[in-house]
Design a protein around this ligand. Structure first.
Ligand code: DGL
Length: 270
């Protein structure tokens, strides 16, 4: 098969990366996608950098065997370890470009020139300070305020999307951030699981814009494919999903994101 017709790999610790898939499918509907969710080892966000790098290397190995033309790292926690002196111990060159979910939205924030921006994310992403580093390396005048959750991604993985546990955690995250920084008007949803419950964030703080990094990541994937002459010439994209966890949560989230009806989905284990 010619390289242009290989699939785009999309990875996450679990179902969160489907929020990036939903956007990639809108922009690049003809592309095939191979999705890998390591639900059996989620959440990644409460783990150490070394564990995250090890688990991610296993997913990259799998995708290398499957042959993909590019990988969208649809996980902020993993993206926090990429291109970083502190965590980047991927000992192998996997032979594909890994496109972070963080770097493209940072470019967007820099262009918009906000005075301050909030980030809600996993404990690991906030602890690394990646968003703050990448933004302030380029513009020290933008203040970046982070608020971690040790529970929200895991609650979403459990699938009770309308339940009170998720609502309470979303409200407490937003309240903590806005109590400390009452003038915040833009908050990045810095964990790909969070846009699955974006409407609950919006209900918790009606005057605030919650930024989903998926669009900027999808545009970065598109640009990479165009620049490298790798846009597919297939007519209709398919998606294969591989998971180290259970199937039912995929059906819940694919339904929630409106993806089930459009896509042939094959669920397999990796
Ligand atoms: N969806 C992931 C992220 O964007 C991580 C969730 C987790 O496994 O903790 O950070």
């Amino acid at each position: 098969m010619s390289k242009r017709n290989l699939a785009i790999g999309v990875i996450d610790s679990g179902v969160g990366g489907l929020t990036s898939v939903a956007t990639i499918k809108k922009i690049l509907p003809k592309e095939n996608i191979i999705y890998c969710g390591d639900n059996g080892n989620a959440p990644y966000g409460n783990r150490s950098g070394q564990e995250i790098v090890q688990l991610t290397s296993r997913i990259f190995d799998f995708l290398q065997k499957k042959e993909v033309k590019v990988v969208a790292v649809a996980c902020n926690t993993i993206s926090s370890t990429l291109n970083s002196d502190e965590f980047n111990h991927y000992e192998k060159n996997f032979g594909f470009e890994a496109i972070s979910v963080i770097a493209p939205v940072v470019e967007d924030v820099l262009k918009k020139n906000y005075e301050q921006v909030g980030v809600v994310a996993t404990a690991f992403t906030i602890k690394t300070g990646r968003y703050q580093q990448l933004i302030q390396n380029r513009n020290k005048n933008i203040q970046v305020y982070g608020e971690p959750s040790r529970k929200l991604a895991e609650l979403i993985e459990q699938g009770d999307l309308q339940g009170s546990a998720i609502k309470d955690e979303v409200q407490s995250l937003v309240r903590n951030l806005l109590t400390a920084h009452p003038h915040l008007k833009e908050i990045i949803l810095g964990c790909t699981h969070y846009p699955i419950v974006q409407s609950q964030f919006e209900a918790a703080a009606p005057g605030v814009q919650f930024i989903n990094p998926a669009l900027d990541q999808a545009l970065a994937v598109q640009k990479y494919l165009e620049d490298n002459h790798l846009i597919t010439d297939c007519n209709q994209g398919e998606m294969q999903i591989y998971t180290s966890g259970e199937e039912p949560i995929y059906h819940t989230v694919l339904d929630e994101l409106g993806l089930s009806k459009d896509l042939p989905v094959h669920l397999k284990t990796f």
